[in-house]
Ligand binder design. Sequence first.
Ligand SMILES: Nc1ncnc2c1ncn2[C@@H]1O[C@H](COP(=O)(O)OP(=O)(O)O)[C@@H](O)[C@H]1O
Ligand SMILES: [Mg+2]
Length: 364
Amino acid sequence: MNPFRFGSIVSGEYFTDRKKEIKEIVSEIKAGQHIVVMSPRRYGKTSLVHEAMKASGIKGFRINMELIADEVDLANYYVRNALTLSKFGKIKYYLKNLKVQPYIQIQPGTNEISVSFNAEMRNIPALLSGSFQLPEIIARNMKKKIVIVFDEFQEIRRISASLERKMRGIFQYHQNITYIFIGSQESMIREIFQDKKNPFYKFGRHISLQKIPRDEFADFIIGRFSSQKIDACGIVSDILKFTDCHPYYTQQLCHEIYILNEKKTLTKGIIKRAIDQVTTEHHADYSRWWGSLTNTGRKVIIGIASGNCNPTSQEFIRKYGIRSASTSGSVISKLTASGTLVKKNGKKVEIEDPFWREWILKNR
Ligand SMILES: Nc1ncnc2c1ncn2[C@@H]1O[C@H](COP(=O)(O)OP(=O)(O)O)[C@@H](O)[C@H]1O
Ligand SMILES: [Mg+2]
């Protein structure tokens, strides 16, 4: 079986390092201290919080805000998840607490619950407050703490402009719930939690997740290959050089190397073959991303892909024919906000996906 996984939550033997972060999160969960976990996409936030929740032994649920359509949808999701934490026999009692009554279906075999509200617009505030209160009521009744994780929390602003205020107004009274907020768009997350004007100002402690340290990652890669009796010692540093220790892209590259490999000992040529394979497979996506860029965007990306790292310098804008440093700067801000570009150590701008960078260089 392929010893590398990417895309979904990783756990157990597919998960490495993060010992310090897990310890920190577990202790905050137990102390009831709310936290905000931040990093660019695909650094491993969701996996980390999942591991920490497991390690804490405290029950809870996670809501991926990207998948929530609107406030009614959020209420449905919330109530359904909260009820799974309660004892089956108590469900009726908890439902009586809600001002707006949902339509409930229970699968007799699995006890799986489906909840749906058919709320009218005027009922939404009552519906939301009832839903947000429910986990606290359940926790109090069970005399147990609960953890609630909001993943991709910055999406809250798409769902509704007043949702932050409504949530904060209720969450601040909760004694038995630890809230964990995960965010991928750093600027928006900072605004939500660090701007005095906003309801969630100083609501939780911040944890900025970094990439996985090189030595730890190298040991992990060697260990995973060796579980399949393959020796990766000779190429591990080149793998990490290409991916710059990015958790997702490293697993993606190793996954591909494992598929292509036919030898007991890996040699460097296989890295290039694996990169070629990935860029070929994703050609359609990469073309689409390229096609969605503005003209200036393309110039900036080409410059950065070629390794010219100060895209607002006079030399850069002259070389790539960009109108002015401020044009270049505003394009970079947009592309950084959307995650296409990332700032390494908060400074040097880079293309987020090393495979896409390779595709751009190859196709030009
Ligand atoms: N601790 C880890 N050890 C090994 N690989 C990891 C780790 N964390 C993340 N990854 C890799 O990165 C991918 C994305 O992780 P995920 O938790 O979904 O990131 P995020 O929530 O930050 O977008 C995983 O599928 C896995 O391939
Ligand atoms: Mg995630």
